[in-house]
Design a protein. Structure first.
Ligand code: ADP
Ligand code: MG
Length: 240
């Protein structure tokens, strides 16, 4: 589903990604962990062309990611993104936020979109909140609307960038529960997270990024319980 081959990315002189190689298969849940500033968000943003990379190759479902090519629209249709700060339209209700993409990007019919969006809101536990505006929802509820909105695009994979790190602690669980249910349905997901316990329970694979390089990657349980590299051990000691 996603292939990274020797991906390099700099901002000016500053090298952020220094040769990323990884593969994510269909149906896999992959957690991307690593210290702040290690390039996690940049890597995620390169996947759907929010940033361009200078060397190497990223493929999503066989399409080469090139932010300057028209094919980037195909890639964005396949890969929905969920951000740390929900990014809902403040002047639209929960339901209207979910309907936006299918209506105006996929150009599907309003009645069908409305029905499907309501069912997605129910799926994330917000069937009762369809007419609420973002400002009247808690952070956890807003993030669940954002997940419903991502799902409304019928993506083949979802990219999550620290979906719980802007939330009050008591709201983290409800968002992780929705993500867990997606994992059980074998949605392909790449999740940047500091929730190591969640990664241990839900991820198939973990990638540990440090200083723009993948220092270690492998089976989630094995890597989180028994990391091979000293830098991975250090990092896990600090975050758990
Ligand atoms: P992470 O998500 O792992 O915390 P980021 O991918 O956000 O890391 O950032 C990696 C590095 O790239 C950081 O040093 C950050 O300051 C730098 N960086 C990120 N975005 C930009 C940008 N638009 N311009 C310049 N430097 C950037
Ligand atoms: Mg980040």
């Amino acid at each position: 589903m996603i292939i990274f081959e020797d991906v390099h990315k700099s901002f000016g002189e500053f090298q952020v990604l220094k040769g990323i190689d990884a593969r994510i298969a269909k149906g896999q849940v992959v957690c991307l962990i690593g210290p702040s500033g290690s390039g996690k968000s940049t890597l995620l943003r390169c996947i759907n062309g929010l940033e361009c990379y200078q060397r190497g190759l990223i493929r999503v479902g066989g399409v080469v990611v090139d932010a300057r090519s028209r094919t980037i629209h195909d890639v964005r249709m396949r890969a929905s993104m969920v951000f740390q700060r929900f990014n809902l339209f403040p002047h639209r209700t929960a339901l209207e936020n979910v309907m936006e993409g299918p209506l105006y990007v996929l150009k599907e019919g309003r009645d069908e979109v409305c029905e499907r969006s309501l069912s997605l809101l129910r799926r994330v536990g917000l069937g009762e909140k369809s007419d609420a505006y973002p400002a009247s929802l808690s952070g956890g509820q807003q993030q669940r609307v954002a997940i419903a909105r991502a799902l409304a695009m019928r993506p083949e994979l979802i990219l999550f960038d620290e979906p719980t790190s802007a939330l009050d602690p008591e709201m983290v669980g409800e968002v992780l529960a929705v993500m867990r249910s997606l994992a059980e349905e074998h949605m392909t997901m790449l999740i940047v997270t500091h929730e190591i316990q969640f990664a241990r329970e839900v991820a198939d694979t973990v990638l540990f990024l440090d200083g723009g390089r993948i220092v270690e990657q492998g089976d989630a349980t094995q890597m989180l319980n028994n990391p091979q590299k000293e830098r991975t051990r250090d990092f896990l000691r600090r975050v758990t």
